[in-house]
Design a binder for this molecule. Structure first.
Ligand SMILES: Cc1cc2nc3c(=O)[nH]c(=O)nc-3n(C[C@H](O)[C@H](O)[C@H](O)COP(=O)(O)O)c2cc1C
Length: 191
């Protein structure tokens, strides 16, 4: 895919097919994160890959889906859960002031890379960090920032023009609609 197509095509995906993602592809995504821009080139980000079915089962209730949707539409149904997860960590021994910007750049690389491979992702901040730390035995010197849930997409999501609400919504065919502000609305001034 061309870069422009990837950027426009990337949408958050919250329903997944059962086909697993190969470990090689997951490692490749983390490789894209590894070389993202980092403030002062301080590289504090580290990652955990979760593919194991039993661990996935325990991790699933520790992430929260689509808070803008009505309760019954939020969480992936049985059989449509993520097939992999990437846990994004900050190694606090290396931490620097601007590390949260680094997290954004690194995760976006993961999401765009995944889109290019036909993989769907959900970048997740509404997570039970204590539960995840305990489940994955993550040492105290790591801050758990986000989880990226991944799998081959089993839903469609498209952008639409923002009207009067930022809320994304699901139509009766199960397709997601994501309002985005128009270009002319966000360019404040041109000098
Ligand atoms: C920092 C961050 C945290 C997010 N946390 C969650 C989350 O916990 N659960 C969820 O379902 N989606 C989460 N999302 C996904 C957003 O809801 C999604 O990006 C937004 O609705 C726009 O949709 P799009 O990604 O398709 O453009 C998060 C996104 C970002 C950037």
């Amino acid at each position: 895919m061309e870069l422009e197509e990837i950027i426009y095509k990337r949408r958050t995906i919250r329903r997944f097919k059962k086909d697993p993602i190969s470990l090689d592809l997951l490692k490749k995504l983390i490789d894209y994160a590894r070389i993202a821009p980092m403030a002062r080139n301080i590289q504090a980000l580290e990652f955990i890959i979760v593919q194991n079915a039993e661990i996935r089962k325990k991790l699933f209730p520790l992430v929260r889906w689509a808070s803008s949707l009505p309760e019954e539409q939020r969480t992936p149904e049985k059989g449509r859960e993520p097939t992999s997860y990437i846990i994004v960590l900050i190694n606090k021994k290396i931490k620097n002031t601007y590390v949260y910007f680094d997290v954004g750049a690194a995760v976006e690389n993961i999401l765009l890379g995944a889109t290019n491979f036909g993989i769907g992702c959900c970048w997740m901040g509404a997570i039970d960090r204590d539960g995840i730390r305990e489940l994955l035995k993550i040492p105290k010197n790591y801050e758990i920032t986000h989880v990226v849930s991944l799998g081959y997409p089993d839903e469609e999501s498209t952008m639409e023009s923002y009207e009067d609400s930022f809320n994304y919504w699901k139509d009766n065919k199960g397709n997601m609609h994501v309002p985005k502000r128009d270009l002319d609305d966000i360019i404040l001034k041109i000098y």
